[in-house]
Design a protein. Structure first.
Lengths: 167, 669
């Protein structure tokens, strides 16, 4: 790796622009990665190592990496971070950058389509299970409410997500 | 008519890099009463000072304004230059165009230059109205007070005593020794802490020039450099220390159990107790808050009488004492006794406390096998609860895997942003001592990074690696309690970029060093300030590391910031040398920048008296009327009285109304 200050500045400014504003506080102690379930599950570029790569200016080099989409937003990293980096926000900022560059993980496309269509990123048909326990088959959520779905679609179409041209 | 000379300093590029120095000089030369305006690369250099001296000697100027840095560091230099040239040094005025201008407006050159013109005009306005002032001298009490009997206080007291000054050493606990007395061995030489400390404790206690007041606290401080009046409260021990031989029989008979602070809460002591085996002085005290008043023997009551034998029924402690040092019939004053002492200077060496594990919720504080490093120190100490045998608290079994976690509360913005400076080294020390004694022990150490900057420290650290101690770069994120009193360590290996998980039997937290809570009330009594890290603030971080903003008051050891034993001893000896200065001089100067009452103008309303923070103002008879009077030696020149006086009868020399108004006029022109 060559140290290129221009690339470093660009990477950091990009992440700050997308909401990872405390990235420069990081002292690379690794406490975030010690508690991160994503890191434990084997995703290499989460928390500490993602921040390291970004501080090294490796924005484009890691754009296709799918680790960021494995973040479960549990926020344990932000809880434990002794420097106020709020690593989860850095991960999300990097995701936003990836999304804007249309560098999605395929795993994330389905959930976004689900969100657009039903209002739920993760949607499993509940009818049968509810019937078994004697509940009305359709829960009162947007998934069964066309008017609510319309509203959600309007919101998404008018958000930065809409500009991606996915839907 | 005053003849003002203005001297503008470039301060290298500190000022000239931002402010147009030539423009400031030009402008100053046109100000009223200014006869000369010059500039120099460094006004504080010899050539700069010579320039001022020559102009004074040549009779060109009789008021001097230097537009440069801060009076805090440089006013004494320029005042001395004026004095050398034969000008009263209070006819000097400083315009701060660096710290309060070029340093803070580096982005705005034009604005900074415009501000410099105002600052200089204001200083010239004041200088035109300055009056010569005379210094006075008062004799000094040749004695010193050292507050805190840890290794810092002991070192400072010994140094002062050896220089021939009478020294009072005040310690709040029953014994001197401080935290160093709790330690097992010391890095990087593995000296036994007690072996090197005890001789010092004995020496300080027996030194003919030292009066050691243990189990005592500073109650009140008044006065000023050269003549402080200090009230020391000798806490009530409920044991006659003249008779007590330190045999410990009272402690062995006392039934009341209390967590033992000396053993960091790992064991219990009795309500009647001797602090530790090597205590100096080795005297018992009764901790009355936890005393059970056995046999109904409340302090100050007569004993009940045994109906059969006719003998008095005594409490176990008094019955056990072979020296008759405990007599609960005496109505001891629970407040203890106030001892008043007079000293010329004071060294504060009140030390530190370590954070408790309960702060760290992620680190399973509920597990008895999660301990602080100070607790481990007691566990491995021969005088500790397990007499030096490594056992874990839950079941007193020997652990097989032990983990060390660094930076608990240090370098962490939730707690303290500073580095506690000693943890890396003492953890390595503890790990090395354990590995030497128990080669089979698996020792895992987790650091953000290892800080080993000290003589012989890095060799000590790399030696630990060679001994087979496992060292991981990466902060531990959490601990989980497991069955069998084990702990799961959630760690991370930075170099391998991989998470680590393993089971540990004993986890040691290197918790941060911080100022003890009671330091705040002491600071209020002494007028000490706090720094951003919440330790006592020294006068200057580099050049005044032992001095404080209060003249005659000096700092040593961890109360000024975290440091190890060598640094504490060095600073303590430095503080002792500084504290000895006024004592050896025999007299101290009283600054003439103090307030004075014009009694003919005073209405005797008395508003000023309670406002004075130094209790320097009283109402005195003047021509049959009560009038305010200011005790010159107690006044610090803060000016509160002068600004509050409704009759404008109080003048603060050096900041008189005419001078201040001239400044305001110049600033608002």
């Amino acid at each position: 790796m060559i140290i290129d200050q221009k690339k470093i500045d660009e990477a950091i400014e990009t992440v700050i622009g997308y909401g990872g504003e405390h990235i420069r506080n990081c002292v690379q102690c690794g406490a975030c990665s010690a508690v991160c379930p994503g890191v434990k599950a084997g995703f290499p570029l989460l928390c500490r190592s993602l921040i390291r790569q970004l501080l090294n200016g490796q924005l484009e080099e890691i754009i296709e990496d799918s680790s960021s989409w494995a973040c479960q937003s549990c926020s344990r990293c932000t809880e434990i971070c002794p420097r106020g980096v709020r690593p989860q926000e850095v991960v999300f900022a990097f995701r936003r950058y990836q999304a804007n560059q249309l560098a999605f993980s395929t795993s994330s496309i389905t959930s976004q389509m689900n969100l657009f269509q039903t209002g739920h990123a993760v949607f499993v048909d509940p009818k049968e299970a509810r019937k078994k326990v004697g509940l009305p088959e359709e829960p009162p959520t947007s998934a069964y409410d066309e008017a609510a779905q319309k509203e959600i679609q309007t919101l998404i179409n008018n958000s930065p997500m809409g500009e991606l041209g996915l839907f | 008519m005053a003849k003002v000379g203005v001297y503008v300093c470039h301060c290298g590029t500190n000022i000239a890099g931002v402010i147009d120095v030539e423009a400031v000089r030009d402008y100053a030369s046109g100000l009223p009463d200014v006869v000369i305006a010059r500039k120099d690369l460094f006004m504080c250099s010899d050539s700069g000072q010579e320039m001022i001296k020559k102009d004074i000697k040549d009779g060109l100027v009789d008021r001097v304004v230097v537009a440069a840095c801060t009076p805090r560091t440089h006013e004494p230099i320029f005042r001395a230059a004026c004095e050398k040239a034969g000008l009263n040094k209070y006819l000097f005025e400083m315009a701060n165009i660096r710290d309060q201008n070029s340093w803070v407006h580096g982005h705005d050159h034009a604005g900074a230059t415009a501000k410099a013109l105002k600052i200089v005009a204001s200083a010239v306005g004041k200088a035109r109205n300055l009056e010569p002032l005379e210094e006075k001298f008062v004799p000094v009490t040749d004695a010193a007070l050292v507050i805190g009997g840890g290794i810092g206080g002991i070192s400072a007291a010994l140094e002062l005593a050896r220089m021939g000054h009478k020294t009072y050493l005040v310690e709040k606990e029953p014994s001197i020794g401080g935290v160093m007395a709790q330690l097992d061995k010391t890095f990087p030489t593995n000296d036994c802490s007690a072996c090197i400390l005890t001789p010092k404790m004995v020496e300080v206690y027996n030194h003919p020039n030292i009066v050691a007041l243990t189990y005592s606290e500073v109650d009140d401080v008044s006065g000023y450099i050269g003549n402080f009046n200090v009230k020391v409260r000798r806490k009530q021990a409920y044991v006659d220390w003249v008779k007590c031989t330190g045999c410990g029989d009272c402690a062995s008979k006392c039934p009341a159990k209390v967590p033992d602070r000396f053993n960091a809460g790992l064991s219990e002591r009795r309500a009647a107790y001797i602090m530790f085996p090597q205590a100096v002085p080795k005297k018992a005290v009764i901790d009355i808050d936890n005393c059970l008043n056995c046999a109904g023997r409340e302090i100050g009551t007569e004993p009940k009488v045994n109906a059969k034998t006719g003998k008095p029924i005594l409490a176990p402690c008094e019955k056990a004492c072979p020296a008759q040092a405990i007599d609960r019939s005496i109505a001891h004053d629970p407040q203890g006794e106030i001892v008043e002492i007079q000293v010329g200077s004071i060294v504060v060496a009140t030390g530190f406390q370590v954070m408790e594990k309960d702060w760290f919720k992620e680190m399973a504080p509920a597990s008895p096998n999660v301990i602080t490093a100070l607790q481990l120190e007691r566990i491995i100490s021969a005088t500790g609860p397990s007499e030096g045998k490594l056992t874990r608290p839950s079941d007193h079994e020997k652990p097989h895997v032990i983990s060390f976690l660094s930076c608990m509360g240090s370098r962490d913005e939730h707690f303290h942003s500073y580095c506690s400076r000693v943890c890396c080294m003492y953890m390595i020390k503890q790990a090395r001592l354990l590995k030497e004694k128990y080669p089979d022990l698996v020792i895992n150490m987790h650091f953000i990074d290892v800080r080993s900057a000290g003589k012989g420290y890095d060799e000590y650290y790399t030696g630990a690696r060679a001994m087979g101690i496992n060292i991981f770069k990466g902060k531990v994120g959490g601990l989980e309690m497991l069955p069998g009193d084990k702990l799961r360590v959630l760690a991370y290996d930075m170099e391998g970029a991989t998470p680590i998980e393993y089971e540990s039997d004993l986890v040691v937290l290197a918790t941060a060093i911080e100022l003890p809570g009671d330091a705040v009330s002491l600071a209020q009594k002494l007028g000490l300030q706090f720094c951003g890290s919440n330790f006592f603030r020294e006068l200057h971080p580099k050049l005044g590391p032992v001095e404080t903003a209060v003249e005659g008051l000096f700092l040593a050891g961890c109360c000024q910031g975290p440091k190890d034993i060598p640094d504490t001893v060095s600073q303590a000896k430095g503080a002792a040398a500084a504290a000895a200065v006024p004592l050896s001089q025999g007299q101290v100067k009283i600054e003439p920048i103090i307030s004075e009452v014009h009694p003919e103008q005073c209405s005797g309303c008395g508003i000023c008296a309670p406002l004075c923070p130094y209790h320097a103002i009283s109402l005195d008879d003047y021509g049959g009327h009560p009038r305010a009077k200011i005790e010159m030696s107690a006044c610090k020149g803060c000016g509160v009285c002068a600004s509050a006086c409704p009759s404008a009868a109080i003048v603060l020399h050096g900041y008189e109304d005419t001078q201040i108004f001239a400044q305001i006029e110049a600033l608002t022109a």
